[in-house]
Design a protein around this ligand. Structure first.
Ligand SMILES: NC(=O)c1ccc[n+]([C@@H]2O[C@H](COP(=O)([O-])OP(=O)(O)OC[C@H]3O[C@@H](n4cnc5c(N)ncnc54)[C@H](OP(=O)(O)O)[C@@H]3O)[C@@H](O)[C@H]2O)c1
Length: 258
């Protein structure tokens, strides 16, 4: 079985490994492998796929940019999947559709993406996950300003990306059973607690109290999963202990609090 994984970042590589471990053949498609989903001919490039996993991402807080990017990506993937009769597996975010988080442009873009996928794809599975353990490092990178990293106050139930990748790979290679899966990790914690314990070591974490009803809702748990979510993967502590490449050294400068 040939599985095209569109979006070759952290998640794309983890998903490709999980697919290969199930005996299928993954191929990564992203700009670094010479494929831009918003420009290139997806129908032509993805024509050999039995399944297409869509894990593209563009970090932005702009509603219009996020909506344009995510819907363009999904329109291209859905058209390619429909043309060859392939299943479309979309990676998405728990609760991104909720009204109280639509003030954050990225979530508005993800909601529009899910709607486009449901409208267009004939054989669709959506895997919605909470924020990944890797999200702590991504935040320090994306919100970094020289020696400091801004850390928005968020209450989340994070999950290991490898555990997410296993669920995505199952949705790709197993006969279709459900159209939507929700997965989360085993513990609720704040993003501040997480960033305090990951690399890079030299960055001083500054807590960020973002204004407005959307961020108030996120601080109070609007991104926490429902009781129907499958709980997968290790605890954050076990994950850090297992792979010290993620872990922060002790005694690092830290201006954040929960
Ligand atoms: N991070 C989280 O905690 C989390 C949690 C739940 C769900 N998700 C969702 O999972 C997906 C992937 O998230 P992520 O954090 O891995 O995203 P990301 O790092 O921002 O981007 C994923 C990859 O998309 C590729 N990409 C960007 N523009 C592209 C284009 N025009 N054509 C083809 N590929 C393109 C990039 O690879 P190239 O540079 O090689 O193009 C990038 O490595 C997103 O939809 C995100 O919403 C993320």
């Amino acid at each position: 079985m040939k599985v095209a994984v569109v979006g070759g970042g952290l998640s794309g590589h983890a998903i490709a490994r999980a697919i290969a471990a199930r005996g299928a053949s993954p191929v990564l498609f992203s700009r670094s492998t010479g494929f831009d989903v918003t420009r290139d001919d997806a129908m032509l490039r993805l024509r050999d796929a039995d399944v297409i996993v869509e894990a593209t991402g563009r970090f932005t807080t702009s509603r219009s940019i996020a909506t344009r990017f995510f819907t363009q990506s999904t329109r291209a993937v859905a058209a390619a999947a429909n043309a060859v009769g392939a299943r479309h597996v979309l990676l998405s975010i728990v609760n991104c559709e909720r009204a109280e988080v639509q003030g954050y442009g990225y979530f508005a873009g993800k909601r529009a993406q899910e709607e486009a996928a449901r409208d267009l794809s004939r054989d669709l599975a959506i895997v919605r996950t909470t924020q990944w353990f890797e999200f702590a490092g991504q935040t320090l990178e994306r919100m970094g300003l020289g020696p400091v990293g801004l850390v928005p106050r968020m209450l989340i139930q994070p999950v290991a990306l490898d555990a997410v990748a296993a669920v995505v790979a199952d949705a790709a290679v197993e006969p279709k059973t459900v159209v939507q899966r929700e997965v989360a990790g085993p513990e609720i914690m704040t993003l501040a607690e997480m960033t305090r314990r990951v690399r890079p070591t030299k960055v001083v974490r500054i807590p960020l109290l973002l204004p407005g009803p959307t961020w108030r809702a996120i601080r109070h748990g609007a991104l926490l999963p429902s009781q129907d979510a499958a709980i997968v993967g290790p605890t954050f502590s076990d994950w850090l202990a297992h792979d010290r490449t993620h872990a922060e050294a002790d005694g690092i400068g830290d201006a954040s609090s929960a």
